[in-house]
Design a protein around this ligand. Structure first.
Ligand code: NAG
Ligand code: NAG
Length: 263
């Protein structure tokens, strides 16, 4: 009897782990992106709930994508995309995807919470975009080894860029970032132009460093199989830009010597 209870508990836990927890080594928390889904959440650089419908469309278009449709948002939700922030999506709807029911978000429901078609397009929300492809400025990268560089490198980068690179390698691997060139407008505190590195799949948790100026940053090694890079430039002054390489390596202790990949 006890055995069956244990088995049941195990099955329950496994089911729970599938619904909410690790998938390909990524904990489904605030953002979960997969190449197959290609749906992602963005907010304005001014912060949460600042985008009109027109601005929301421009944010997605800027990254080479479009507003996500309800079906795309739902498909992403089914693989664990959970964000507790309302955003515009296609056909001037506003809503957000909920995987795990919670009192503070989604009224305890699971699914795409849809506020419906908004007649007032001047309302301000976040946005859900769809873009299955990577492009020069950002993207979802799953290769074992890649060069990442500012758009137009080695020419100067443009003003007013926001680029996100979400790196996801295989479960059990880690990511080694190695900077090759670095020249980003310098200011105290790196408030104008900067490159942020996050040891996670979003730009909320796992902050690993902010870089500007022309010192070559040290190598950065992830703790898990995901990383996010965010490059932002303001409305004035640009510089030569940056180029870096990432390489995936096996996280098992017997495979710690991976330096030779970098040459
Ligand atoms: C539309 O929304 C904006 C922003 O919330 C608000 O300022 C404005 O009064 C609304 N317009 C109408 C007609 O309700
Ligand atoms: C790592 O591997 C490289 C190339 O195979 C070798 O030259 C180097 O000595 C190794 N380093 C360590 C610490 O084992």
């Amino acid at each position: 009897m006890r055995f069956f209870a244990l088995l049941w508990t195990l099955c329950f836990l496994l089911k729970e782990a599938r619904a909410w927890g690790y998938k390909n080594g990524i904990f489904h928390n605030s953002i979960w992106l997969e190449q197959a889904a290609g749906v992602y959440h963005r907010e304005s650089r001014k912060g949460r709930y600042q985008l009109t419908y027109k601005e929301a469309r421009a944010v997605c278009k800027y990254e080479g994508g479009k507003l996500a449709t309800y079906e795309q948002l739902e498909a992403a939700r089914e693989i664990g995309f959970h964000v507790c922030a309302a955003g515009w999506f296609a056909k001037a709807h506003v809503g957000y995807p909920i995987v795990k029911p919670g009192a503070n978000c989604g009224f305890g429901k699971v699914g795409v919470v849809d506020y419906g078609h908004r007649r007032n397009k001047s309302e301000r929300w976040d946005v859900y975009c769809y873009n299955p492809d990577s492009k020069e400025c950002g993207g979802v990268l799953t290769d074992q080894l890649r060069i990442i560089q500012s758009a137009g490198f080695p020419e100067e980068y443009q003003d007013e860029q926001i680029c996100y690179w979400h790196i996801r390698v295989r479960l059990g691997q880690r990511i080694h970032l190695h900077f090759l060139e670095f020249d980003v407008e310098e200011d105290v505190g790196c408030l104008a132009d900067y490159l942020d590195v996050y040891d996670s799949y979003d730009d909320v948790s796992g902050f690993a460093g902010r870089f500007c100026g022309d010192y070559l940053p040290d190598d950065i090694i992830s703790t898990g199989n995901v990383m996010t890079l965010k490059f932002l430039s303001d409305a004035s002054v640009t510089a030569g830009g940056f180029q870096l390489q990432y390489v995936a390596f096996d996280a098992s202790p017997s495979a710690q010597n991976h330096t030779y990949y970098l040459r």
